[in-house]
Design a protein around this ligand. Sequence first.
Ligand code: ADP
Ligand code: ZN
Length: 745
Amino acid sequence: MGARDKGRYVEVALNIPVFREFTYSIPEELQGRLALGSQVTVWFHGRRTKGFVVRFLEHTDVPKERIRGILAFDPHLPPLPPRLLLFAKRLAETYACSWGAALEAALPGSLKRKNVRTVQGVDLVMTQDEALELSEELEEKREKQARILRHLLELCPPVPLRTLLQRCGVSKSPVDTLVRQGVLKMVRLPLEDEFLEQSKREVAPRHELSEAQERAVDKVLASVACGENRTFLLHGVTGSGKTEVYLRILEEVREKGRGAIILVPEISLTPQTCGRFLSRFPDVAVLHSSLTDATRARQWLRVARGDARIVVGARSALFAPVKDLGLIVVDEEHESSFKQQQVPRYHAREMAVLRGELENAVVVLGSATPSLESWQRAQDGFYELVELPKRVGGGRMPRVLVEDMRREKPYKGRPPVISKRLEILMSERLRVREQVLLFLNRRGYSPVLFCNLCGETLQCPNCEVSMTWHSARGRLVCHYCMREMRHPDVCPTCKASRPVTLGAGTERVEDWVRRRFPEAVVARMDSDTMARREMYEKVLGAFRERQIDILIGTQMIAKGLDFPDVTLVGVVAADVGLFQPDFRASERTFQLLAQVAGRAGRGEKEGLVLFQTMNPASPAIEKASRMDYRGFVEEERTHRRMLFYPPFSRLVRIIVESLDAQEGRKRIDALTGELRALQPSEDFDVLGPAVAPLARIRNRYRFHSLVKCRTQESFVEIRRRLAPFEAKKTRKLRFLIDVDPVSML
Ligand code: ADP
Ligand code: ZN
């Protein structure tokens, strides 16, 4: 329990980009009722704002007339525990945000509306045909409204408002307009929590541990037993049974009466995963963004009150107020989705290690392809390396073939989507009724629309990126601002020729497969087809029951899926992402390929994997094809050390986004110049300023600089200097300070 109030004043941390707390007095009626970590409502600059009590004061130097009283306090909300307050403070210091902003992340937003039983939805007033017709009419002048109608039809109305807005990338106002015009109506949709119900139906047998699993468990348990803080890096190949290792450690932690947090990447947080934990422990809470607000709030309160001691969740579950936290697991620790892209821009893996320290807990980072950061720390002895080198249950690692697509016979003058060899392998599998996964990390039909005559590609009017052709929707789509356009009849630049598609996305692969294997049952899984969570679960269920022969998908199918009858995995283009202007491009490609390959042959039958590539000699592809993790990291580490990239430095990236290009450039120049002038300059390198690889998004021009800090002192100093900048944003100009960035675009 937090200390009850011992003073007449409190300091409150507010979720604003200002790096201090504010003093308020405790009114008579709240005396004796507040605790450290209580959420309170206060006045701030003429607005009611929520914040957290972080300190009690007997006296204050703030003049009496300037002090206001606390307005309100919700007695039903348990206060955040003191160690969580401290954790948030340290996180805020690391990622250059305010304490209040970090604390806000600790509380699921839904708690504010915890009694709601329905969600806001949108439904059509007219028939579907009429709506389709109207969307055609609106397309030229009211593109956003047309887009909304089209997506509503795709999703089958009624649709939750939040889902619709996210998918269309629009604000609520065009929806409101359509409501006013009598085209749409707002409805209340009942909350459904299929997710938890489904999870509860999953069962996980308690396996006899393999020798390697046993050794791993014992090593970690030695630390659990003496209650020390220690971080382990569990490097286990795909299918080596890492989850069973987590479960056994959990048993022991629970035995000792302590709690645990299991972090899983959002994308792998399926009922299957949750079910493994739910079926083995009675007191698991699931924190997941796809839960309804009410359920999430209930789950959070169970944890805060100590009724649930184990939390399974995505990134933000790291803030769960678990009592006496004894264990934190970060599964698939290499995943970049553990980094939050908005304030607070924390990296959940790094912060798991910090929270472990503060709570005196054991931390286990697990992966088949650990991040270079974690690997280096294990090499340096900060983490203890534990390995599972083999698959469990006598399973073998799959065989990987590399297909050089440069040698493939062209089809209509261009390289084919699927090579002859992959085609043959697929038909063999289909004949013996085994399952096939086809992976391509690019959705849509084709990523580029290109003019043969003048060589121009079609760009988004709002962004400096090419638009992707989506044939099912019959529109070009910008994957950054969601703007949609029709296929132009003639090239907008030279007006002489009709642009053609270039390159392949998942839609095109599906098209090819359906034509070539009309008798096969085919499904595609990407964020276009899986807009509603239910569809995702349905397709996975059907695939598990072998009602689907060929599953095509983006990274949605690359990770965590455990289907024993998949014996062939085809990677349509192993090079996607390899040439991104990002120093981690190679690492990510390796990780993704190794993970995808790991989906093959997880049962008794041997698995086969085929990488199609134009760059067979690239280290990422070559090493992934031999499942040579160590070989890859050794080579990659050499590059990183030479160029002074992580894990050999810590990065701070500064991004300026401005509606006015000149203003943006001026600001980044000034800011970068200031950093360059800092001393001692040998402690850090400043790269830039430069135009960001994504040079314009939603009409904002983007510039960036990168600071590589060689010493902890310079890292602290640079963050301190930059921290106030985010607060200087205006409608036209934004500063983003990204500490430990995972995206360089
Ligand atoms: P990883 O996460 O390492 O890729 P999983 O934890 O998904 O692997 O385990 C792969 C499969 O092996 C799962 O179906 C799991 O139930 C099973 N499994 C785990 N441990 C054992 C074991 N000791 N013996 C047999 N099967 C096991
Ligand atoms: Zn765009």
